[in-house]
Design a protein around this ligand. Structure first.
Ligand code: GDP
Ligand code: IMO
Ligand code: MG
Length: 426
């Protein structure tokens, strides 16, 4: 059998919001199919179409190309309400989703009671809150691994309502334990309305669908959500999301074999952000951190929360490159650093007085002192640059240090939020 290695992956190497939406939208022109393989509406992927900003939560970021197909894979958890809302937004741009969007029948459904459980569980955590997006992600994945969940394909079963009621009762008992007493009738009404909408979309057997595309020699781009440091296994547990976010998840989130994967394109910001709770060694709680937030407009695309900001963390990035097998790096938001006089890069962690370049088991329980190397800022409007030659020398020094440290090259620099603000580096 011939081996068509035709699947490339784009994923985030930090704690999310690296610019996946923009980068997937940019690269999608070179592919036939864009597929989401994990996560759910906790994701907020921003892109610009016709100069208008669009934030996608459930639909893959290839949707604005008329000739591309988009697949929501089995590894995704799907909220029909968010999906319906988003389909309407996308359709208002003239996109015909009946032609271009396909949904795996094996994707698990986020029920209104999953959202309620997420809220109740977070409220019970006191000062140990994860900072969940409250979209019902963890309870839905728990029902998946606990073998209770309902899937998109179940919608066509005549016993769906009975199965729904059974699961809802189970959830109600848990909610009673949390003393959760909010009325979710309105959520349930919109949920059932959205299910009717979902039934009209292209629900497919995702694994045959994608493997047929692979066999036909189509080029496939897998779009990650969240970031590697939010991975359920390799992230800063328990301050993580509830899915595997790394490249390995492409295989079980879509039903394709590992040897089909070619490039793993990792995205990092030129600095670092995190939204929600949990350890963040290079976080800046001072004026510099505020400047990064202001200039980078670092507010959550899903929840609007201010993002925590800090310097780039090469210990975490090196770890992320390792677990993902990153072959190319895209550095985004380089323009955000334009005005800074001096930049710092974290090259090690001091843990109990000893310097290390490895991620420890429980970062949240340790006192971490980041070790920094300083670099001069470029103090130039890099967002105006259109080619590598136009980028400031100081930026190239910064980039080449990172390349050497990681052993993987930064191949693209994104210098603004718009689709074509990206520079290829030779
Ligand atoms: P995602 O979740 O990884 O898709 O990232 P988000 O969309 O949540 O957050 C990234 C934000 O940065 C969005 O507001 C993008 O429009 C913006 N963005 C992406 N790339 C760049 C860039 O190179 N420069 C600037 N200034 N903004 C960017
Ligand atoms: P994109 O795809 C940034 C964070 C939440 C919280 C933790 C768990 O836009 O990069 P969850 O709702 O998944 O149970 O929340 O993970 N989180 C994200 N942070 N970007 C995201 O997605 C995120 N999705 C979840 O803030 O700390
Ligand atoms: Mg985001």
């Amino acid at each position: 059998m011939t081996n068509h290695a035709m699947v490339d992956v784009i994923l985030g190497l930090q704690w999310g919001d690296e610019g996946k939406g923009k980068i997937v939208d940019y690269f999608a022109k070179d592919y036939d199919l864009v597929a989401r393989f994990q996560g759910g509406p906790n994701a907020g992927h921003t892109l610009y179409f016709d100069d208008k900003k669009v934030v996608l939560h459930q639909i893959p970021s290839g949707v604005f190309y008329a000739d591309k197909l988009n697949l929501i894979g089995n590894g995704v958890v799907l909220d029909p309400v968010t999906l319906k809302r988003e389909c309407n937004t996308v359709a208002s741009f003239g996109v015909d989703l009946r032609k271009s969007l396909f949904i795996s029948e094996r994707a698990h459904l986020i029920l209104p009671t999953h959202r309620a459980l997420d809220k109740a569980a977070e409220a019970s955590k006191g000062n140990q809150k994860i900072g969940s997006t409250l979209k019902g992600i963890a309870p839905t994945y728990m029902d998946k691994t606990g073998r209770n969940g309902l899937r998109v394909g179940d919608l066509l079963d005549k016993n769906f309502t009975t199965a729904y009621i059974k699961l809802r009762l189970k959830h109600q008992r848990l909610l009673d334990n949390y003393a959760f007493d909010e009325d979710i009738t309105a959520w349930e009404e919109e949920f059932f309305e959205a299910l009717e909408f979902l039934k009209e979309l292209n629900v497919v057997n995702g694994e045959y669908f994608i493997n047929q595309q692979v066999q036909a020699g189509k080029r496939i781009l897998a779009e990650g959500a969240q970031g590697s440091m939010l991975d359920i296994d390799f992230g800063t547990f328990p301050f993580v999301t509830s899915s595997n976010t790394i490249s390995a998840a492409v295989c079980n989130g879509l039903g394709i074999a590992p040897q089909k994967i070619r490039d793993v394109i990792g995205i990092t910001k030129a600095y670092c952000t995190r939204v929600g709770g949990g350890p963040f060694p290079t976080e800046l709680t001072d004026e510099t951190g505020e400047e990064l937030r202001r200039i980078g407009n670092e507010f959550g695309a899903t929840t609007g929360r201010p993002r925590r900001c800090g310097w780039i963390d090469l210990v975490a990035l090196r770890f992320a490159c390792m677990v993902n097998g990153v072959t190319k790096i895209v550095m985004t938001k380089a323009d955000v650093l334009d005005e800074f006089k001096e930049l710092e890069v974290c090259t090690g962690y001091k843990l109990n007085g000893k310097e290390s370049i490895e991620m420890p088991f429980r970062l949240d329980r340790m006192h971490v002192e980041p070790v920094y190397k300083k670099f001069p800022g470029w103090k130039t409007k890099s967002s105006a640059a259109k080619s590598m030659e136009e980028l400031p020398e100081t930026m190239r020094t910064y980039v080449s240090f990172i390349n050497q440290y990681l052993g993987v090259a930064i191949r693209y620099i994104s210098n603004g939020p718009e689709r074509n603000q990206i520079i290829s580096i030779k």
